[in-house]
Structure formats: C-alpha cells, structure tokens
Design a binder for this molecule. Sequence first.
Ligand SMILES: NC(=O)C1=CN([C@@H]2O[C@H](COP(=O)(O)OP(=O)(O)OC[C@H]3O[C@@H](n4cnc5c(N)ncnc54)[C@H](O)[C@@H]3O)[C@@H](O)[C@H]2O)[C@@H](O)CC1
Ligand SMILES: Nc1ncnc2c1ncn2[C@@H]1O[C@H](COP(=O)(O)OP(=O)(O)O)[C@@H](O)[C@H]1O
Ligand SMILES: [K+]
Length: 518
Amino acid sequence: MHIVTISEMKELETRADKEYGLTSEILMSNAGRSAAELFEANLLPTHKLKGLKVLFLIGPGNNGGDGLVMASHLEKEGALISLYYWKEHKLVVQGTRRPDEVVDETLAEQIQRADYIIDALLGTGRSRPLPDDMRALLARVKDERARRADLRLVAIDLPTGLNADTGEVDPGSIAMDTTITLACPKQGFFFFPGRDYIGDLEVGDIGLPAALESQLQTDMLTGQQVHKLLPERPLNSNKGTFGKVMLLCGSLPYPGSAYLAGSSAARVGAGLITLAVTEKMLSFYASSFHEATFTILPEENAESYERAKALIDKLEGYKALLIGPGLGQSSNTREVILQVLEHLRSLPDETRPHLVIDADGLNNLSALERWWTLLPKDTVITPHPGEMGRLCKGVKVSGGNIERLELARTKAREWQVNLLLKGSCTILVDPEGRTRINWWGNPALATAGTGDVLAGMISGFLAQGVQPFDAASAAVYLHTAAADLVNQNMHIGRAGLLASDLLPNIPISLVDTAHAKM
Ligand SMILES: NC(=O)C1=CN([C@@H]2O[C@H](COP(=O)(O)OP(=O)(O)OC[C@H]3O[C@@H](n4cnc5c(N)ncnc54)[C@H](O)[C@@H]3O)[C@@H](O)[C@H]2O)[C@@H](O)CC1
Ligand SMILES: Nc1ncnc2c1ncn2[C@@H]1O[C@H](COP(=O)(O)OP(=O)(O)O)[C@@H](O)[C@H]1O
Ligand SMILES: [K+]
C-alpha cells in the first residue's frame, strides 16, 4: 500500500482525470461510498446502522463533499443523520429539514446525542491555521468525547488541521478514534505528533487505477504484502532447506541478547541456529536455549585474530550472520568485527552469508571513519535513534518526527545499506531509496530486548533466502504484529511486555498474515 505526500495525491487526482476520465466528482462519489462501506463493515461492532445518530461536520471543500456523499449512503441504510455546515453555521437535521435555521443551541444538542461525529471539515486542502470558530467547534467535540467515552470520532481522509506531509498539527486539531483515509495513507500519519491523532486507520478505495501509483516510492507495510514475502514451506523439506544462522552476539553483561535473537530466528522458520560464544558463556545458554548449537570462541582476552578466526572457520554453509546484540564494545571486539567483515567482503556473492548488524555491532563501527565502506554488499543495519546518531557522528536523531525520514533516505543511499531506523513507525530504506514505513505496534515494545528479537527475526528470514530488504520488512511488520498479539492474549495494555513474550507469538503472526484485513 502506497504512502503519499499531498502533492503526490494531487498529481494522482489530476492524472486520473486526464488519463482515465475520472473526474473529481466521480472520485468524490467513490470516496464517500467507500467511507460509508468501511464505516458499516469495520467500525460498528453490531453492524447496525438503523437508528444510529451520526453528526457530520461539513467543511467548504472536497473533504466536506466526501462527507455529504458518505452521509447520504448512511442515511439510506437507516442512520439518523445531521449535517453541520461550518462555513454557513447551518445545521440540517434529518427529518426536520429546516436549512435556513441558524441553530447554535441545537448544534450543542446534536453533539450531545450523537453516537458518532464525522470530521469532514478539512482534508489535504488545508492551507492556513484553523480559524477560531473552527477551533471552537472542534473543542466542543473534544469536550464531549472526554465526557462520554462511548462517543466515537471519525475523520474523513485526515483529522482536520493535521499537516498530511509532516504530521504537525494545528492547536485546534483533535484526536480521532478512527481515520478513514482515501486512496492512500498520507505521509504525515507516520510522524509525531500526527500519529497520535489518527486512531485506527482504515483506507478507502476511490477507484484510482493501480498503474497510476506505480511510480510512488514509499509503502506502508501491510500483512497482505508481508504474506507474499514469506518463504515457502514445502512438505518435502528438512532443516537444511531453511538455512543456518550464525550469531555473534551476547557477552557477560548481556547474555540474554543471543538467546532472544537466536530464538527469534528459529521462530520465523530458520532451520538451524548457532551461537558463537565463549566457553564461559556456554553454560548459560546450554541450560536456557536447548535448540541452539554452538561454536566455541576463545575467551574475550584472547588475541582478536584468534577470536575472529574461530568464527570464520565455521562460517561456511551459513546463509545469515547476525553481529551485535549484547556483544560489548571493547577494542578487541571491534577488531574481531573488522576481521570478520574483511572476510565477508572477500567471499563471492553466492557463498557469502547475508549480514545483519545491530546494537553493539553498530556502536563499534560508529567509532571508525567511513565505517560503511567496510560492509559487504546488501548489509542490513538496524539502529535505534541513539545508535543512528552515533553512526551519523553525533547528529541528534528524532524518535518520531518527520526529519528522520529524510535522514534515513539520505544515509541509506550514502552508506549503500538496507537501513532500518527503529522507533514507533520504524522506517526502512534500501540502497536505491525505496522506502517502507511501519504503522503497527504499540509502546509495550519499548522495553529492553525487543530489538534483539527483531534482529534475530531478520537473520532468520535471510537464512531462508528472503532478500535483505524484504527480510527486514517482514520482520518489522511481524515483530509489531506479535507485540499486538501479546497485548490481546495477555490482556495487557501499553506496559509490561517482556521481550521473550514475543517469541511464541511470532509464528502466530506469520499465520495471521494469510487473513490480514490490509
Ligand atoms: N480532488 C479530488 O479529486 C478528490 C478529493 N478528495 C477529498 O478532497 C479533499 C481535498 O479537497 P480540497 O482540495 O477541496 O481541500 P479541503 O476540503 O481539505 O479544504 C479546502 C477548502 O478549505 C478551505 N480552507 C483551507 N484551509 C482552511 C483553513 N485553515 N480554515 C478554513 N478553511 C480552509 C479552502 O479555502 C477550501 O475551500 C481530500 O482530503 C479528500 O477528502 C476525495 O474526494 C477524493 C478525490
Ligand atoms: N513506542 C513504540 N511503539 C512501537 N514500537 C516501538 C516503540 N518503542 C520501541 N519500539 C520497537 O521496539 C524495538 C526496540 O529496539 P531497541 O531499542 O533496539 O531495543 P533493545 O536494544 O533493548 O533490544 C524496536 O523494534 C522499536 O521499533
Ligand atoms: K477531515
């Protein structure tokens, strides 16, 4: 599913008219109908429109037009519709039909009795700060929502006042329970503060021909898309079919990282997991990670040459190598990493294991000048904003604002890597600039060890032959889907998830992609 900027959306509409004769009226009629259909199918728990009280706030442009079409569809299905035309300060209540009446008090009544309020005030055409009377109207709606938890707020296309490119919001904007966006999600939905105003996201089909969208470079990760990326599991198979993963992870203060990453690689289907660890660490893993195999490395005070060689000697036949989680940052360890990278660069593409570098793998590299020139082709790197800042030599990287998108795009090209910039709404960019952004997940993921799980999942897909950018994309989506499953199944909210809770939910998240709604 493509993500658009405002100008890309306008261009799609212009070309739809010019090349396919899809006029603005036709698109609006499709938009309103599809918004009504999604409303009925996905927003109403009982699927009963009859008697439902729905108040539409109608703006002066096409967004208001979408609202009017949607309202007429819902009215036909038996909903009790009232329309408030913001510009004219005019309220039209179904059944009474007194369009000339200026009825401010009645508006207050309508707000109080509505089951749903639909924001069709402004969409992508917002061009200036919201006027005071529009802010006042939205503030009344917000107060009512605070008073009455069962009132539901739904935006058509986007919440009024949200900047659809940047995610900035007007002081008058209010948070929605659901946004039914039209044709494509807008770029600003994925950045803060905008992300917090969208609520659940539904995407309405307005009948744009798929060919028009072929040049768009940014996608939202969806279950349907990820389903197509998942490796085949033929009946006639054995563990060799699904690839081996080697992990250079875990050290004394952080032993759990190798367990979490290795288990996650297995949970996405890799055939065999090998932890490259010192003998001192072995006892820890042997008792907690029964499925793993091991490559024993010299202790950390041994010569870096010996440590690297012990790993390199065992790498043959491995399809994926993960370096970094919990590895530590001694200069000796950095030397080991550099020697392993040198070895990987010397291998032909066909026999080189695909590489993922995370956490301390990145921290070690970031101390070096032009570290990216040391990476083999098609490496996946997975920094969180702090690590990204270090890789960029001290740049402050935002956790969720729009600047991170441009930064990720610039750096993925400059570094020629598959860059996965973590956070709420993780961004992925490949070396050519193709971009995917994740919508899903929840703040329960903001806890130690979940990044190790993600890195392990990527390496598990790489072992099965999934291409690096796709492996990273699938892992990001499924990682957040697994977190959402933990929340549902354990009945927890935004806190209390353990990274290890994700593990048994990962395979379920794979299965769930087969019947994903989008
Ligand atoms: N153009 C098309 O072909 C389609 C447009 N669609 C809908 O149309 C919307 C875009 O339509 P428009 O371009 O008409 O834009 P909007 O409906 O978002 O708003 C534009 C109108 O609002 C006024 N306005 C702008 N900023 C304002 C502010 N701060 N305070 C008060 N008034 C303000 C403008 O003067 C103009 O009259 C989309 O968000 C979507 O809902 C859909 O129907 C699909 C097809
Ligand atoms: N608020 C949030 N919403 C969604 N996902 C989040 C949120 N906070 C963190 N995450 C995800 O959790 C993971 C945390 O990774 P990371 O910071 O590397 O943790 P660690 O290194 O402790 O394992 C990332 O995948 C990130 O995208
Ligand atoms: K709107």
